[in-house]
Design a protein around this ligand. Sequence first.
Ligand code: ADE
Length: 247
Amino acid sequence: MRFSILTLNPGFFRGALDEGMIRIAREKGLLEVALVPIRDFTDDRYGTTDDYPYGGGAGMVMKAQPILRAYESVRRETPGKPPRTLVTSPQGRTLTQRWARELAEEPEIAVLCGRYKGIDERVIPLLGAEEISIGDYVLSGGEPAAIVILDALARLIPGVLGDAESAEADSFSEPLLDAPVYTRPEDIESRRVPDVLLSGDHERIRIWRRREALRRTWLKRPDLLLGRKLSDEDQSLLDEIKKEEGR
Ligand code: ADE
């Protein structure tokens, strides 16, 4: 996948691209990230990227032309089918694991990071872009959103995760929250690792993990279970949990 980030603040991404799953995906040659500094595409000697809003009001608006020229430079790099183009915005459709899985199949994505009060509205149709939000809160700029999107996609690109850590077993793939996990030592200030995990009995461990995943989901995110058809095993585990939790 080629992932182009159109940004006023390329320095924001320093470090983030060289860590964790994004680094692994890049090193494996499965992800190429291109930072496109919008300021390089301004046409005055001040590098003006924003201007006052028509009609007045507070805040500055990102100008269209530098963005359109930055986008043209992305198109020149990889002619052919246009990239799937996203604009970060709190008004966008919220990123979900399902949408991330769909986006991870794209060969080319361009993300425009919004800033200031907003972007000249005409940019969105001119780029054929979709607005994307990472949640119901307001960031001061789209850069943190772009890195969240990139991280969520990088680990879903086929071949990035090893078999053992396949994304299929993740929370939200199913969608259920994960069971709790523990590592050494067995005892920390009298809090012990559950015995079953030390038992070596794979079937008991499987059922315990399934029960605890259901318990967590039911306690922390009951919305994920609403309207969901459960297997007979899951249903009887959930019935047990509800009795145990006294709800
Ligand atoms: N820009 C400002 N807030 C945002 C959000 N929640 N998601 C994506 N982009 C944003």
